[in-house]
Design a protein around this ligand. Structure first.
Ligand code: GLN
Length: 252
């Protein structure tokens, strides 16, 4: 049997910065290398909510505040309810930076304006008044998304917003180098069911192939039950990871 998945790429025209589209290329390639068909559905402003039916992975990249305001208007209501239901039912997804902020209760911009968010997860984000006070640079975190062993996730962050998690939420990992959610509590991102929220651009998946496979495997398990992904030779990805780890002076 030939496996097939569909990725819902939410708002590629607006939410797509610092190489985030590389995540889509990565998912597609890692499927193709295993002879899995991977369709990408680009869902831009005014898309029909029925397009979300039969999507197996959700992906949304980051953006600046202006784009986030536009997307908020489009996604609120029924689309947001469907996405919430998919997340609760275990659909895997990756939400980067501005998209990650969307999952929470609200995002307060540096001028004090409030963007009302999707309220899917109990977290909120606030930008400090000084809009030049951004958290920028390479980031490494120790993450337990694989459950049995830690994995160092590597990325690049560039955000003004500081995100704070409600006490029942689990961060994606602990910051080893960089700022993470808020630059204060050493947490980075969020993992909830099969959803990952993170400040890591980069793009994050090619630098962290195990995270890409986590999303692919989770989607296939829902659709086809007992699945074990074939190993791929990640020698180039490993070299890329090592290069950044060396720059940050840490061991993988
Ligand atoms: N506007 C958000 C912030 O600066 C998101 C930035 C991004 O997605 N790169 O906090």
């Amino acid at each position: 049997m030939k496996y097939q998945i569909t990725v819902a790429w939410l708002y590629p025209d607006l939410m797509n910065t610092y190489g985030d589209r590389g995540n889509i290329i990565c998912i597609k390639k890692r499927c193709e290398w295993r002879d899995i068909t991977c369709k990408i559905k680009e869902l831009n402003t005014d898309f029909d909510k029925r397009e979300l039916e039969n999507c197996d992975i959700l992906f949304m990249g980051g953006a600046q505040d202006r784009q986030q305001q536009i997307v908020t208007k489009d996604i609120k209501g029924e689309k947001s309810n469907i996405i919430k239901e998919m997340i609760i039912n275990g659909t895997p997804g990756l939400f980067i930076c501005g998209a990650y902020q969307f999952l929470g209760n609200y995002y307060k911009e540096s001028d004090g304006a409030i963007i009302d968010c999707l309220k899917i997860l109990d977290l909120y984000t606030e930008s400090p008044k000084e809009s030049n006070n951004r958290l920028i640079g390479d980031i490494a975190i120790k993450s337990y998304f694989l459950k049995d062993k830690p994995y160092t996730l590597i990325g690049f962050e560039n955000h003004g917003g500081r995100t704070y998690l409600g006490k029942n939420l689990k961060p994606l990992g602990k910051v080893v180098s960089g700022y993470g959610n808020n630059g204060e509590d050493s947490t980075e991102g969020i993992i909830y069911k099969n959803i990952i929220g993170t400040y890591s651009h980069g793009p994050v998946l090619p630098k962290n192939p195990k995270l890409a496979d986590f999303l692919i495997e989770a989607s296939l398990k829902i659709k086809y039950k007992n699945i074990k992904l074939k190993e791929i030779n990640d020698i180039l990805e490993t070299k890329a990871r090592e290069a950044i780890a060396n720059r940050l002076d840490l061991e993988l």
